[in-house]
Design a binder for this molecule. Structure first.
Ligand code: PGA
Length: 253
C-alpha cells in the first residue's frame, strides 16, 4: 500500500450488466452505505449512459462519484448514438473510462481515437481513467511493457494536464477481464511499477494506478497490498450489492 494518508480507489464499472431500474436500485443501496464506507475510500460508479443522470442524482452528496463508461470526442453534432464529455459532465459525471479493453477490442477503438477522447474529457473537466493492458498473445510473447508503453505514449504525449484533474491509469490485462482468471498480484504490481514512471515522464504528474480484471472480494486485498497499485477497477463483482459491499469492506479494513 502507498503512504498511510493515501486513500484507496474502488471504481465500479457496471458495463451493460444493469438496466435502468436495476442501476437505480443498486445506487440507492450504495447510498445507504456511503457515509460509513467512503471515509477511507474514493468510490466511483460507472453506470450505463442511460442511467448516468439518474444515478448521479441519487448519489449526489453521498460521497460516491459517478463516471461515464465512454464518450465521443466531438462536443455536439450529427453523431447518432454518441454522447459527449460535456453532456456527461452536465448531468453529474466527474470521471470517464477511456480506452477500456472492451472498447478497444470489441468496438475496434484505436490508440488515436483514445487520444481524441482523452483530450475531449479533459476539456470538459472530466477525469479520464485511461485503461491499458496487453492481450494474451502479447503477454506470451513478452510484449506486455512495450504494448502498454505505446498505449500510454499515444494517449499522453504532449498533452497538457489541467492542475485540478488527477491522472488515473487502470492496468487491465485483456486476458484477465471477465474470465475469473485475475493477474497474479505481484506481476500486476510489477507492471504498475513500470507504468508510474512512464506516465510521470509523459504528464509530469504522479499517476494513480488501478488494477482491473477479475477482482473479487477474496483477492482485492492482495492487489492493493502492492506498493504501486492504489486501487481497483471492478466489473462483474461490482454490480451486485453484496459483493460491492464485500470489496469495499475488504478495502476499508
Ligand atoms: P471484471 O471487469 O472485473 O468483470 O473482470 C473489469 C473491467 O473490465 O473493468
Amino acid at each position: 500500500m502507498t503512504s498511510s494518508n493515501s486513500r484507496l480507489y474502488f471504481f465500479a464499472n457496471w458495463k451493460m450488466y444493469l438496466d435502468h431500474l436495476e442501476s437505480l436500485a443498486l445506487a440507492e443501496q450504495l447510498k445507504k452505505e456511503a457515509s460509513v464506507i467512503s471515509k477511507g475510500l474514493e468510490l466511483v460508479v460507472f453506470p450505463s449512459a442511460l442511467s448516468l443522470a439518474a444515478v448521479s442524482q441519487t448519489l449526489s452528496e453521498s460521497g460516491i462519484a459517478v463516471g461515464a463508461q465512454n464518450v465521443y470526442w466531438t462536443d455536439r453534432g450529427g453523431y447518432t448514438g454518441e454522447i459527449s464529455s460535456s453532456m456527461a459532465q452536465a448531468v453529474g459525471a466527474r470521471y470517464v473510462l477511456i480506452g477500456h479493453s472492451e472498447r478497444r477490442h470489441i468496438f475496434k477503438e484505436t490508440n488515436h481515437e483514445v487520444r481524441q477522447k482523452l483530450e475531449a474529457a479533459l476539456t470538459a473537466g472530466l477525469t479520464p481513467v485511461l485503461c491499458v493492458g496487453e492481450t494474451k498473445e502479447e503477454k506470451m510473447s513478452g510484449q506486455t511493457i512495450e504494448v502498454i508503453e505505446a498505449q500510454l505514449r499515444s494517449a499522453y504525449m504532449d498533452l497538457s494536464w489541467p492542475a485540478a484533474l488527477k491522472v488515473v491509469v487502470a492496468y487491465e490485462p485483456v486476458w484477465a477481464i471477465s474470465t475469473g482468471n485475475a493477474c497474479e498480484p505481484v506481476a500486476a504490481g510489477k507492471t504498475a511499477q513500470r507504468i508510474q514512471p512512464a506516465v510521470l515522464a509523459l504528464t509530469k504528474r504522479e499517476p494513480i494506478v488501478l488494477y482491473g480484471g477479475s477482482v473479487r472480494p477474496n483477492n482485492v486485498k492482495s492487489f492493493v497490498a502492492e506498493t504501486h497499485i492504489q486501487g481497483v477497477l471492478v466489473g462483474q463483482a461490482s454490480v451486485n450489492y453484496d459483493s460491492w459491499k464485500a470489496i469495499a469492506d475488504e478495502l476499508g479494513a
